[in-house]
Design a protein around this ligand. Structure first.
Ligand code: CTP
Length: 400
């Protein structure tokens, strides 16, 4: 959740400032770019050198940096940040924030910031309980700032109670969970299928197709990045998912694909069926390797169950079902027939006549056709971008 995020981390003068070193380390490790802004008192608790080294960026404490002769622009910093974390936030800084005071760089950045602000208080028990602090925190909450509750335990004064800054790991988890729950597909259970299926002929041979699984894996990743709880059912494919949250189930044949999809669809809100599932499978599978004999060899095939159509027949109100159509002729006509026949909410059409579309490529050119027969044609894009377009269409449906 924090990968690529630009974070201003404000550190105030509290003994808990020593925990900032671990917090910076965790944020940087999670892929965030961290700009530290310390109050002057904070520099008495932990050295700026420690934090600057961990964040790999020069650290700021004041508007004016005499060593470089530069003016540290609080407005620019506030605009640069995707989020501002103030940890530890002292009673003094919280009071300033609540009342619009900006007598140091950190509070000026706070007043200028348009991004979400997370506040992790740290103070002694009596300061924490003081009516004034309680009021100030209520004000911050009313301003939309997000408060990371302090823990209970022994405080620097020797008192035991609430007021210890949350542990750095708890702060990172808190922020990641908060970001995740605000994503447009948060808490949506999604089933995505990808890749080909292999239909066994004998122990060494199968009938398959050229699907690489790239489109389905890109959709699974895009869905997970938008907060969905993704189960990916994949036929044989050497693709890898990027998001560790994706649950992957590997199958081989159309029959296995059907079994797993039926199971998963029962609890899914959304299903995107991008797998290239075999339409036919051998009537019998030889136990032993078939030996070469006659000049012409015939394999008898029987139809597989259409997985998507079966899911369409079982679709419950509120479930969203999306299919793919890869066509070579009369593309739209065939796609619309499949949309209706399989009871889909929309179908993603790609034509093998479009250069750069179809199997194995890293690009795709898609057209989305919905139930009202509204048609949106997209340019040739990477499969990752096309996956985002499909997700955006799903979000539109959910939010409609
Ligand atoms: N599909 C499926 N089960 C099958 C065959 C296809 O679930 N046994 C799904 C595909 O995953 C895709 C959609 O149905 O989302 C359309 O697949 P496609 O191969 O284009 O169409 P078919 O219905 O198989 O028709 P045809 O092969 O005759 O074009």
């Amino acid at each position: 959740m924090l990968d690529g995020k630009k974070i201003v981390l404000g550190v105030c003068g509290s003994i808990a400032a020593y925990k900032s070193a671990i917090l910076v380390r965790l944020l940087v490790k999670a892929g965030a770019s961290v700009q530290l802004v310390m109050t002057k008192d904070a520099t008495n608790f932990i050295t700026p050198l420690t934090l600057a080294t961990l964040s790999k960026k020069p650290l700021l404490t004041d508007y004016f940096a005499p060593e470089t002769g530069e003016w540290n622009n609080h407005v620019e910093l506030g605009l640069w940040a995707d989020m501002l974390i103030i940890a530890p936030a002292t009673a003094n800084t919280i009071a300033k924030m609540a009342n619009g005071l900006c007598d140091n760089l950190l509070t000026a950045v706070y007043l200028s910031a348009k991004c979400p602000v997370y506040v992790a208080p740290a103070m002694d028990l009596d300061m924490w309980k003081h009516r004034s602090t309680v009021n100030n925190l209520d004000k911050l909450k009313a301003y939309g700032n997000i408060f990371i509750p302090p823990g209970y335990g022994e405080l620097a004064s020797g008192l035991i109670g609430e007021g210890r800054m949350a542990e750095p790991e708890e702060i990172v988890t808190f922020i990641s969970d908060d970001l995740k729950k605000k994503l447009p597909l948060a808490n949506q259970k999604v089933l995505v299928t990808a890749g080909p299926t292999y239909e066994a002929i004998d122990p060494v041979r199968f009938l398959g197709n050229h699907s690489s699984g790239k489109m389905g894996f890109a959709i699974a990743d895009a869905m997970a990045a938008l907060g969905a709880d993704v189960t990916l059912v994949s036929g044989p494919s050497n693709q890898k998912t990027k998001h560790s949250s994706i649950k992957r189930i590997d199958v081989i044949s159309a029959a296995q694909m059907l079994e797993v999809c039926m199971e998963q669809f029962a609890t899914a809100r959304i299903c995107v069926m991008s797998a290239a599932i075999a339409d036919y499978t051998p009537v019998t599978v030889a136990d032993q390797k078939i030996k070469k004999q006659a000049d012409v060899f015939t394999i008898e095939l029987k139809k597989t169950t259409d997985v998507l159509k079966t899911l369409g027949q079982n679709k419950q109100p509120g479930q969203i079902l999306i299919g793919f159509a890869l066509e070579t002729n009369d593309e739209e006509k065939h796609a619309v027939e499949k949309l209706h026949k399989k009871n889909l909410d929309f179908i993603v059409l790609n034509s093998l006549n479009d250069a750069g579309a179809g199997f194995k490529t890293d690009t795709n050119k898609i057209t989305i056709i919905d139930r009202d027969l509204h048609k949106t044609s997209y340019e040739l894009k990477t499969k990752n971008e096309a996956a985002r377009d499909i997700c955006n269409k799903i979000i539109e449906l959910i939010q409609a």
